[in-house]
Design a protein around this ligand. Structure first.
Ligand code: ATP
Ligand code: MG
Length: 196
């Protein structure tokens, strides 16, 4: 019996364009195949949990919380996502590594990855210089300033984390480049992965 998996995890560093590419891919799948895709965001689930507990008021405060609290919220969010992800096609929008005051927190630790059981982990990558300027241009968020070299290292670390999720869950790992001004191209690759 073949096992059927319906979740694609989309990950990558802050400002790389995950949410933008996901939205375009969802539109393409709807247009070309008439299928709806449910998009779940691990950070949003964590934010709801942290807000309800009175730990934060804004989303960007979450990465400043003690890592023990972040880990516990992450665990609860992972369980919530796994429950919701039982329907048709699902995308989980999440970070691979979260820069905390105590080093990188792994976005998809074993217990979250195993609960979600993705068919593919899509790692969205872009030019480090472009990411730096996209962050500055994005007025909807309070983003931490980061040197281009650190963005590059962060992206390299994300590759290692994505491969680790593949190792734990058997998911394939696909790197999609989100080139400047070419969101639709990246979205088309993501749409193919969803429909595979
Ligand atoms: P976060 O992890 O913080 O949620 P994200 O990876 O979801 O970030 P987005 O919010 O999708 O990133 O995009 C960040 C900014 O970059 C937005 O202002 C978006 O419009 C812009 N952007 C995304 N993709 C491209 C692209 N291919 N070309 C130009 N600008 C882009
Ligand atoms: Mg996003």
């Amino acid at each position: 019996m073949t096992e059927s998996r319906n979740v694609v995890i989309v990950t990558g560093i802050p400002g790389v364009g995950k949410t933008t590419v996901i939205n375009a891919a969802v539109d393409q799948v709807k247009e070309k195949h008439g299928e709806e895709v449910l998009v779940l965001n691990l950070g949003t689930e964590m934010f709801e949990i942290a807000t309800k507990a009175g730990q934060v008021k804004t989303r960007d405060e979450m990465r400043k919380l003690p890592t023990s609290i972040q880990r516990e919220n992450q665990r609860k969010a992972g369980v919530a996502i796994a429950k919701k992800a039982k329907t048709a096609k699902v995308i989980v929008d999440t970070h691979t590594l979260i820069q905390t005051n105590n080093g990188f927190l792994i976005g998809l630790p074993e217990w979250v990855a195993s609960a979600i059981k993705p068919k593919t982990v899509v790692l969205v990558e872009a030019d480090s210089e472009k990411i730096a300027s996209r962050r500055v241009g994005d007025e909807t968020r309070t983003r931490d300033a980061q040197a281009v070299i650190d963005i590059q290292i962060h992206q390299e670390m994300c590759r290692a984390a994505a491969v680790a999720v593949g190792t734990i869950t058997g998911a394939t790992v696909r790197i999609i480049k989100n080139r400047e001004g070419l969101v639709e191209e990246a979205a088309s690759e993501l749409a193919d992965t969803l429909m595979e």
